[in-house]
Ligand binder design. Sequence first.
Ligand code: AMP
Length: 466
Amino acid sequence: MGTFWKEECGIFGVFGHPEAANLTYLGLYALQHRGQESAGIVSSEGRGLYAHKEMGLVSEIFDKEVLKRLPGRSAIGHVRYSTAGGSHLKNAQPFVFDYSKGGIAIAHNGNLTNAQTLREELEREGAIFQSTMDTEVIVHLFAHAYPGNTVERVIAALKEIKGAYSLLFLNEKELIAARDPYGFRPLVLGKLKKGYVVGSETCAFDLIGAEFIREVEPGEVLRINEDGIQSFHPFPRVEPKFCIFEFIYFARPDSYIFGHNVYQVRKQLGVQLAKEHPVEADVVIPTPDSGFPAAIGFSHRSGIPLELGIIRNHYVGRTFIEPKESIRHFGVKIKLNSVREAIKDKRVVVLDDSIVRGTTVRKNMRMIRNSGAKEIHVRISSPPITSSCFYGIDTPTKEELIASSHSVEEIRRFIRVHSLGYLSLEGLKRCVAPRQEQFCYACFTGQYPVSPPQEKVQLDFFIKEV
Ligand code: AMP
């Protein structure tokens, strides 16, 4: 895989509403934080599929004219930052294809762990791939599954794949939603006055006034059509492994996923952190934006007042969306600035959600130092990240994860601060109790619920890409 941090994806779908494409556009707008590289919508008015996708942000890609060309009462959409496959329009989703029974579109959030093996098998049998997406494997398996109606074909395809997937399929007659047996990535179901909606996070429902019904269950396949909703459970049940990183960093704080409100969990992480790593200080400073909720929790628990000592320029893209290392570093500098008056001569506790390579926090701490802080104490609302993710969060290689080869003390020295405290794994688990065993902590423990792909296979896949 690439050596960059990359965001995951967001998916959204509507069935049975005359404004399906417009609502999908709004849904994607709310899910933009899950991927800023490309976006697409496919709609249907019952006879055909209409698609529009481009590189860029949702607001740049869609306007009234484009949306007018997406008619019908059903639609699915996708925002993407590549986790598998490169950064090209041909990899933008939803992916639309024709097979013997007509057209179908697919939108995927997650990462398959056996995609390369399946792809090689399919290619040996004569399949020709149009993209480098692992998602296209599902498309071929779907087309190969014969005979069967759409949902049966979907299920047959899902039985072949391993790893993380929250998926939406759309054809002329129905919308199918599916979540892998471990439920790594979120997927929620909602209701409009007319019709149903399915999406990655509930924040998308709030924007369009949809009522949250429930989460699509791990291992569940939902068929939504004119007759209503039908639920299938084609896989043996296993203990879920929800991605804990959704709570730490990815999901929007106003969303409800995995049985919790994200903001409340994040705030609790800060409370727990204050219990584990108390410090005498004058101010708590959040690193915008992801450090905010934990900083509030830390401040409440410790009694140390919160100050906005770092300000973010909201018109700069997230640093990690820049593909080149050189630009990424530049991005950090233009994104955040310190408020000298809130920092000078103070003992500051700086909160951030995670340390990945260590470059961001190091730069931020230099900025805080230059603003005249008397003491700097860093508190991180997650445990040290020591292992790569293979389930839809694109992580750097293990070697690039600073905590995989450096102790906390070494990292403290590297970022040049007085103290550094990470949240413990036990503390993290306490914040999602009593369901703590239902989460995947592989990025902190290296214990993978689904075997990761072999390193070599992965590398080959990537080399084809560049
Ligand atoms: P680094 O410089 O690699 O240590 O970056 C760590 C920063 O990136 C933290 O402030 C996080 O908020 C943010 N971050 C954590 N995970 C991700 C991710 N998967 N993609 C992009 N940014 C992330």
